[in-house]
Design a protein around this ligand. Sequence first.
Ligand SMILES: Cc1cc2nc3c(=O)[nH]c(=O)nc-3n(C[C@H](O)[C@H](O)[C@H](O)COP(=O)(O)OP(=O)(O)OC[C@H]3O[C@@H](n4cnc5c(N)ncnc54)[C@H](O)[C@@H]3O)c2cc1C
Length: 467
Amino acid sequence: MLFNLIKGRNKQIFKEDTERVIVKKFKYVIVGGGTAAYNAVKKIIENDTNEEILVVSQEDTVPYKRPPLSKEIWSNEDPNLLESLEYTDWSGKLSNVHYDPESMYAKSDNIHLIKNKKVVDINLEKKAIQLCHGIWYGYDKCLIATGVRPGNLDSYTAKNDNRITTYRYLDDFKKLYNFVNQGDKHITIIGGSFLASELSCAINLNVGKKKNIKITQVVPEDGVLSVFLPEYLSEYANSQMRNSGIQLRTKQIVTDICESPDSGKLLVKLNEGSESFETDYVIVDVVMVPNSNISKSKNLEIDSTNGGIVVNAELQHRSDIYVAGDVASYYDTLTGQRKRLEQNDHARATGELAGINMSSNRNLPYTYQPSYSSELTPNFIFEGIGNTDAKLKTYSVWEDPNNQSLNTPNNKNKINIFYLNSDNIVVGVVCFRNFGKMNIARDIIYQSKPIENLNELNDLIPFIQFK
Ligand SMILES: Cc1cc2nc3c(=O)[nH]c(=O)nc-3n(C[C@H](O)[C@H](O)[C@H](O)COP(=O)(O)OP(=O)(O)OC[C@H]3O[C@@H](n4cnc5c(N)ncnc54)[C@H](O)[C@@H]3O)c2cc1C
């Protein structure tokens, strides 16, 4: 859709040089239309009420939340779900995938959203961005919030088959939802991370039996979420998922996906072709690539280790250029490390901070430790914060110490897991079935104090008591 929501007022055309015509200059330009962009716009409007903001998004929709797409939305049985896009959140509140309805953008005099257009170049000297159809827009301040995209499917023989897909966008959800609702299908999900595991569970739990959907999840590691959780908890997740009917194939590498010459179904080949199975649909969730390629020249510095566009602690790349969300490689003042995170709370918080720094005279540093939550089966629910990399040393505090020695959770155990760095400082926390404790955990991380005796951690986070 071309300039669908751009209005004609104040259209000012001026020539920068013979080749580059800047159609209009905005005080604020946001590249990308996801969570970071949405939250930046909110803060800019608060500080600079009357200024115009241009948001350019490659997607053909207004900003929306991705987390429900692998979780709650699958439990909505409304036959008009694809129109309403509503879901009930963890607190029981009816919510919408879109942050704001399309009508809000149409009514706004300040926010100009261009959908379905990619920004293909940025000129830092002329302070202008170019869209894919050649038009340039000028800016005083620009935020890059382009997120990440799933890696491509080129390594598979059937890479162009529309039954193989990645899963990030609203359109991916709609396509999968329509497919699943045909019923009697075998869906294969490749990957052992949050998205893959949550999606397997959400489809299996909500539509598996009703629509006769069989789910196979192929995981290269020993277990699901084993990159984040201690071994015993990842094993417990495996058993919970298997008990719920998911075919979980751990320690298996997918070497190719092609069309079966016999049945015409997709053939998933494992472990150098020594094993294979047929399936109707494949979702690949293996690798994410930061969308940092928005400049034709080399003028944006890219982090060669973490990927993403480099910013300082104030989320500034260079004067008047800010970066937020999944695509930002930022300096974490607490741990003294350069990081890039793919988390919704991080996208929200960096978007907000970039918006504040862009629209005020403040240059606030990003010191926040974002949190996340995950739900696999109704009984496997946890929240996490900070660095929860399973390679770190972990110390688990069980509500019932008798079960601790067994190292196998039962249906009720609540556990707080502390992640410690080489200086014995708590850098991350997971609270398993122990909700609402992220602020306490955040304070523990902020204290950044070496733990001399691990028993000191036993009583730091109280366990929630259900009535
Ligand atoms: C299914 C799913 C479930 C998730 N669940 C969780 C969860 O439970 N908890 C959690 O913490 N995180 C979760 N995440 C991750 C979370 O959604 C992301 O961290 C968050 O969306 C990042 O926000 P962002 O604004 O940086 O990027 P995005 O939301 O990806 O937005 C970037 C936007 O910019 C657009 N864009 C890219 N390049 C250009 C360009 N050149 N020109 C114009 N537009 C461009 C993209 O198309 C996209 O619309 C989930 C992700 C998915 C896909």
